[in-house]
Design a protein around this ligand. Structure first.
Ligand code: ARG
Length: 457
């Protein structure tokens, strides 16, 4: 057995079970690019500070390039007995270039190293998630552009409430996603500080330059407190919280579309390319992708909860428990990226069943609120008058606009013949015209805003 990098004070090697149980290489190898990036910056700083010769630095940089190339090509041998990504790369570098490589770990601990890697990894991951959020926003806005003028029932309590433009409804999801992207941007700002040089926990007496490595790695500044630097995991808690909120938004979008694809609603038809069938019922065509978007949101929230539980009760500073922070983060990112991608594809592959929706619109007295606004008497009074008008419709099995002026006047003389300009969903929807409302001119403004914002031509 190879002597561990930390093997000096040990007389026995670990058991196979302990080795298998404590390794993290099976998953933290995903950090290799960022680990190498951190090592490059660290070696350059050590040389600049006179802690390593320039020729040692050059051999290290060359060796790291070669290792990265081997990993990229899938030719690097990851060894469980070398525990994690940091020691795999360092030990391989020693095998490859010998003595100079042994200087690389000067003024560095795996505790600050792993966090440097992880922060860099998360920074890239945030950028990828934000990019997918943008794609979904674009898909939703394009879907809105394709469906101008389409009125759909708006619901509260899943009961018919008021008529809204489909475009307005789709833009509601775009707004939610915008806040999701904002939250990630905020999180990115807070996480972008460098732990490198905090070493094990107390910092170091060696004359390193933390500002140099921080700058080289694109961080805003080095973290002020070395103990905090190696203990903090709130950057990932924040990241996974943001992902969880996004996941819940996508889950709600999924629910909406699953419902709309049902026979009962029949508002949308997903294309075959985003549907799956049943192994027993030959007629079935199911909106599985969006069901799984709804379902996988559970994982993303679960990943956050795992991380919260992991951190609860840990004393300062580094504890090995923290090695368990990687997999939930990797899972959360992989899952949310998939959810965003599939939601965008679904949006690109549904058609709205205009006739069916149109036929469904008269039910539910969607124009009742508009009528109440029209009457020009105190709102509580007009609420009551319209309530009685609706009751009359229910008894006659008709719509508000089918009532004659005499019938309306018999309820209250305040009705006049211009009332018919307010009735029917087409009239009613147009009356919602104050800022942020669903009337067509407001929605056109909103669409204009989003097409500019998202650079859609
Ligand atoms: N693999 C470890 C982790 O992911 C790296 C840090 C280990 N530090 C230590 N002192 N054992 O947390």
């Amino acid at each position: 057995k190879e002597n561990k990098l930390w093997g000096g004070r040990f007389e026995e090697s670990v058991t196979d079970a302990v080795e298998r149980f404590t390794e993290s290489i099976s998953f933290d190898k995903a950090l290799y690019k960022h680990d190498i990036m951190g090592s490059r910056a660290h070696a350059s700083m050590l040389a600049q500070q006179g802690l390593m010769s320039v020729s040692d630095r050059d051999s290290i940089l060359k060796g790291l390039d070669e290792i990265e190339r081997l990993i990229d090509k899938g030719e690097f041998v990851w060894r469980t007995d070398r525990e994690d990504v940091h020691m795999n790369i360092e030990a391989a570098l020693i095998d490859m270039i010998g003595e100079p490589a042994k200087k690389l770990h000067t003024a560095r601990s795996r505790n600050d190293q792993v966090l440097t890697d992880f922060r860099l990894w998360c920074r890239d991951a945030i950028d990828s998630v934000v990019e997918r959020i943008r794609h979904l926003q674009v898909a939703l806005v394009k879907l809105a552009l394709k469906n101008e003028g389409l009125i759909v029932p708006g619901y509260t309590h899943l009961q018919r409430a008021q008529p809204v433009l489909l475009q307005h409804l789709l833009l509601a999801f775009v707004e939610q996603l915008e806040r999701d992207a904002d939250r990630l941007a905020d999180c990115r700002v807070r996480l972008n500080f460098s732990p490198l040089g905090a070493c094990a926990l107390a910092g170091t007496g060696l004359p390193i330059d933390r500002f140099m490595t921080s700058h080289a790695l694109g961080f805003t500044a080095p973290m002020r407190n070395s103990i905090d630097a190696v203990s903090d995991r709130d950057f990932v808690l924040e990241f996974l919280s943001a992902n969880s909120i996004t996941a819940i938004h996508l889950s709600r979008l999924g629910e909406e579309w699953v419902l709309w694809a049902s026979e009962e609603f029949g508002f949308i038809t997903p294309s075959d390319s985003v549907s799956t069938g049943s192994s027993i019922m030959p007629q079935k065509k199911n909106p599985d992708p969006m069901e799984l978007v709804r379902g996988k949101s559970a994982r993303v929230v679960g990943d956050l909860v795992t991380l919260l539980m992991l951190c609860k009760g840990l004393p300062l500073a580094y504890n090995r428990d923290l090695q368990e922070d990687k997999e939930p983060v990797f899972d959360s990112v992989k899952t949310i990226l998939g959810m965003l991608e599939v939601s965008a594809e679904f949006a690109q592959n549904i058609t709205f069943n205009r006739d069916r929706i149109k036929k469904a619109l008269p039910a539910g007295h969607l124009d009742a609120t508009t009528l109440a606004d029209y009457l020009g008497v105190p709102f509580r009074t007009s609420h009551d008058i319209v309530g009685r008008s609706v009751a009359l419709c229910v008894s006659k099995n008709c719509q508000l606009r089918d009532l004659t002026l005499d019938e309306l006047k018999s309820i209250n003389p305040v009705f006049d013949k211009d009332v018919y300009d307010y009735l029917g969903v087409e009239n009613a929807v147009e009356k919602f015209c104050s800022y942020g409302s669903t009337g067509s001119s407001c929605v056109a403004e909103q669409l204009n805003y989003w097409t500019t914002q998202l650079k859609i031509s």
